[in-house]
Design a protein around this ligand. Structure first.
Ligand code: ZN
Length: 65
């Protein structure tokens, strides 16, 4: 949850606009929504890749044993 220095309080992520500005004073307190979206996609892609590698490892084990 992003912290605003000027307001001295935490703001809910849903209360912050796309540019990451505080809903009270307008100070930028969070990364823009677009960056967060890209980060989320990267995390999903990494998780999918690791799951695929795990699957490959299991298939290899099944064939070896
Ligand atoms: Zn503020």
């Amino acid at each position: 949850m992003p912290w605003c220095e000027d307001c001295a309080q935490f703001h809910d992520r849903s209360a912050i606009n796309r540019r990451g500005e505080c809903p009270v004073c307008g100070r930028v307190i969070a990364k823009p929504a677009r960056l967060a979206w890209h980060f989320k996609i990267l995390m999903i892609a990494t998780a999918a890749y690791l799951a695929y590698r795990l699957y490959q490892g299991i298939v290899l084990l099944v064939h070896v044993l």
